[in-house]
Design a protein around this ligand. Structure first.
Ligand code: SOE
Length: 377
């Protein structure tokens, strides 16, 4: 694993817990974790349960006892690491967004294809049982032709203007702001559930244009020197309309300025035979509405997706015993490891990452030029 912050901890946990819940023929062995700061990475190795650590990611690529590279570093490093890992024949899981831009993402996809390695991008929300069940209902035709998806991903963690200029707020490190960090998840869910997006029309806003430069070596709570400010070079909020190839309409909103919403990732889909809605903050539940329900029973009802019938739910606890955020990663890593052991493709993969990046780039272009932009897949 390369990187060791929030996602490093999350992925480490998922590798460790996956074989506990899933009967798999292969068990991940946590060989090594890498990071530039020796004391911090040594501590991460110990806390997260890795056998060893490196302070140069290139050593990880050279090591013959390592088969898989997991990239949980800031976005500007994904491409170089993934391409080197692919050339060395390692299977790769990368955090989202795949890269800084479409060009880099394509190079990453080319490299994994050329070297015939298994590749996956970490859009974990697909792996909530309720989302997988929504997909099943859609595929079975229970919703019929889809007319609408409306997806919001709402956070509020940077609303305070004295919140420091973290890497997620610098374009050269993150590629984009809210769009790539959380909007990318909504795009992935929409592509998974509804289909490909043909064109978009977007707007973006940066509400706080300068933020204090801080020494963040000790994490987000570290000292902030309010005297020195730097420019925020990414979007704080984005909204866009989308026309899907199958005729569905999409309305999307992603923001870090929706006060009171900590991690509200939700969508509603309306089709000719019914509707589906999901909210990450109540992630085990799926609200469904079917037009053919008898009079008197019309309206939304809530299914708690913890029964054997619900994807992944059987791996955990008896019905009604809910699972959480971390289990979406465990489910994803189960797919990834199964893909590697069977030498078969997994989804979402780097091609999904490229398409996602194309949608984001079109949204950005549209916001900049104030016109609809087409997406060529
Ligand atoms: C921070 O905004 C963050 O951790 C994102 O980077 C994740 O992708 C999202 O799932 C939760 O919020």
């Amino acid at each position: 694993m390369i990187g060791y912050q929030f996602m490093g901890k999350m992925h480490s946990h998922a590798y460790r817990d996956m074989p506990f819940f899933f009967k798999t023929s292969v068990k991940p062995v946590l060989k090594a974790i890498s990071g530039r700061k020796e004391e911090a990475v040594r501590q991460a190795a110990e806390e997260f349960g890795w056998e060893s650590y490196e302070t140069d990611w290139r050593k990880m690529i050279e090591r013959e006892d390592i088969d898989v590279i997991d990239i949980v570093t800031p976005n500007h490093t994904h491409a170089e690491i993934a391409i080197a890992a692919a050339e060395a024949g390692k299977h790769i899981l990368s955090e989202k967004p795949l890269a800084l831009n479409v060009e880099e993402a394509k190079q990453m996809y080319d490299a994994v294809q050329r070297n015939n390695v298994v590749h996956m991008i970490c859009h974990n929300y697909r792996f909530a049982p309720a989302v997988q069940y929504a997909k099943k209902l859609i595929e079975e035709g229970r919703i019929g032709k889809i007319y609408h998806i409306r997806a919001n991903y709402l956070q509020d963690f940077i609303m305070d203007p004295s919140f420091p200029l973290i890497w997620r707020l610098k374009k050269e490190v993150s590629g984009s702001g809210t769009l790539g960090d959380i909007g990318a998840h909504s795009i992935d869910l929409a592509r998974f559930l509804v289909g490909e997006i043909g064109e978009v029309s977007g707007m973006m806003e940066t509400f706080i244009k300068e933020r204090p430069i801080a020494d963040l070596t000790g994490g987000l709570s570290a000292t902030t020197d309010l005297k020195e400010y730097g420019e925020v070079t990414v979007d704080d909020a984005v909204a866009f309309l989308a026309r899907f190839d199958n005729g569905a309409m999409g309305t999307f909103e992603a923001t870090r300025f929706a006060g009171g919403n900590r991690n509200k990732n939700k969508f509603e889909i309306n089709g000719e035979n019914g509707s589906i809605r999901w909210d990450m903050e109540n992630m085990n539940n799926l609200d469904v509405y079917f037009t053919d329900s008898p009079p008197g029973l019309q309206g939304f009802r809530t299914i708690n997706c913890t029964e054997e019938e619900h994807p992944y739910a059987g791996a955990y606890w008896p019905p009604g015993h809910i699972i959480g955020y971390e289990h979406t990663f465990i489910n994803l890593i189960h797919s990834f490891i199964t893909g590697i052991s069977n030498n078969e493709a997994t989804a979402p993969d780097f091609q999904d990452g490229v398409i996602n990046q194309k949608v984001m780039e079109a949204v950005e272009q549209s916001a900049l030029n104030k016109k609809w932009m087409k997406i060529q897949i």
